[in-house]
Design a protein around this ligand. Structure first.
Ligand code: PLP
Length: 478
């Protein structure tokens, strides 16, 4: 204390300033508050004064301290709001026949004239901020011709080594030779299915599920058995058991974390249970871990393969949701089935582009990817929180929305009777794009549901689009 009361004034002023930022939504629930050092520097006060301000906000419930991580804005969203109900698809296999809805939506979603709520693609500004392009330029400058080659069958060895190191961080022991690099996660899913099924087979999947996966199933003449899925916990292991006992399922394909579109995160114990059930029936598990790095909590959730070592699990991933949708660099880790995967790959793409693989390897090895992840996680968490708030205040009263702990999509359940495809037509006339619910199933359901992408930095334009969409839904109710 300096005896003048000045310090009291300073820490209270800093606390009031931070509290104002929370009230105005500049700092969002669940977001990390500026570090003490940064706040102290910004306000021109000492570290101990900044700490006093943070402690005051902690006492008021505005911030919460997390050990070894700093201060976070307390998440005071109404957790008691009803969430979308667990799905209850018919317990039978369906042939997948998709109409042109996905293609139409993808065309509009990549059109910059439309509000970007349709495709789950990260904001181009965020991608640029990552600086991966500099690694690509350097690789081209330094080794250009050396990378104008067919890569070895599994793809760039340095990138596979980096991926193997990263997998180990979350307990997934993988040798670089267990990994095959692919053209995005799409090729990884395709190869995994090709290596573990035959045309006509049935694959058990979540419901709702990513429409691209349905397209792959259709392309490989596979049928879909949709499983009841809880919007927070994922598939119901008992329903999986029942389906396996009945027989006829050749493989199971689930997302590892934050599935698209529900954003659900299956707890480790249930993941272990699911892996055990599948092993018991001798059924391979293909997991899609594309959203695993986008966790809002402290720890990256572990994929099934890390929790059930030695099980027949094929893990798919890519950089598309975090830093490089256009580089088309993905991977498939399939320790028990590598030869079948390589054979399948030979007949599809032979090998992937060497230069983007090299750029990704350098980006990972220098720590650039981790820095970038920290930033994008913050942006996605903020957009998810603020979009949820905008939905709460502008959509019809009984709208339910998911509360994902990672990824960047929200799934909305509108009041019964509202058809998201009709809403889609109205929204498109106003240059707002989103993904109607029926795209996410092979069973003609989820008409009153829709998915909104939160992959963009929150701004007034995005807010206005969400509010207008809510208004259109209200008008449809009238
Ligand atoms: C769950 C899921 N898996 C796979 C993909 C496709 O990924 P990629 O662009 O790497 O092929 C997407 C893209 O939207 C996705 O949401």
């Amino acid at each position: 204390m300096d005896g003048t009361g000045l310090e009291t004034y300073r820490y209270e002023a800093l606390a009031a300033e931070l509290e104002g930022m929370v009230e105005r939504g500049i700092l969002c629930p669940g977001m990390r508050a500026p570090s003490l050092r940064r706040a102290a520097r910004g306000a021109g006060v000492s570290l101990s004064t900044a700490l006093l301000a943070y402690r005051l906000l902690e006492d008021r419930g505005v911030l919460e301290a997390r050990p070894k991580s700093g201060f976070y804005v307390t998440d005071r969203r109404d957790r008691t709001r009803p969430r979308p109900a667990p799905s209850r698809p018919p317990e039978e296999a369906r042939t997948v026949t998709l109409d042109g809805g996905v293609a139409d939506m993808l065309d509009l979603a990549s059109n910059p004239a439309f509000a970007p709520l349709g495709c789950a693609i990260p904001d181009a500004r965020l991608l640029a901020a990552g600086g991966l392009d500099r690694f690509l330029a350097r690789a081209a400058r330094v080794h250009g011709q050396g990378y104008n080659i067919y890569t070895e069958r599994r793809g760039d060895a340095a990138l596979r080594r980096e991926l193997s190191r990263r997998a180990l961080r979350h307990g997934h022991g993988l040798a670089p030779d267990d990994i095959v690099l692919t053209c995005g996660c799409t090729e990884a899913l395709f190869l995994a299915l090709k290596a573990s099924t035959r045309p006509g087979d049935v694959v058990a999947i979540e419901s709702p599920t990513y429409f691209g996966l349905l397209q792959i199933l259709e392309g490989l003449s596979l049928r879909a058995y949709e499983l009841p899925t809880h919007p927070e916990r994922g598939i119901d292991p008992e329903a999986l058991s029942r389906a396996l006992v009945r027989g006829g399922i050749a493989a199971c394909l689930l997302s590892s974390s934050f599935n698209n579109p529900l954003g659900c995160l299956t707890p480790d114990a249930i993941k272990r249970e699911i892996a055990g059930i599948l092993s018991h029936h001798g059924i391979p598990l293909i997991e899609d871990d594309i959203y695993g790095d986008i966790h809002f909590g402290m720890e990256r959730p572990r994929p099934f393969a890390a929790l059930a070592p030695g099980a027949d699990i094929l893990t798919c991933g890519s950089f598309s949701k975090t830093v490089a949708p256009g580089y088309r660099v993905g991977w498939l880790a399939a320790p028990g089935r590598i030869e079948a995967v390589l054979r399948a790959k030979f007949g599809v793409t032979l090998c992937g582009p060497a230069l983007p693989q090299k750029a990704c390897a350098d980006f990972l090895s220098t720590g650039g990817y981790d820095n970038h992840l920290r930033r994008v996680r913050r942006v996605f968490a903020e957009t998810v929180a603020r979009m949820s708030q905008a939905i709460d205040r502008s959509f019809p009263e009984d709208t339910k929305v998911t509360d994902p702990k990672g990824g960047f999509v929200l799934w909305l359940e509108l009041p019964r009777g509202l058809d998201s495809r009709v809403l889609y037509q109205a929204a498109i006339r106003e240059r707002i794009c989103f993904a109607p619910g029926p795209l996410f199933t092979a069973t003609d359901r989820y008409r009153n549901c829709l998915r909104l992408s939160c992959g963009h930095t929150w701004d007034r334009g995005l807010e206005r689009s969400v509010e207008r969409l809510g208004e259109l839904a209200r008008e449809m109710m009238e």
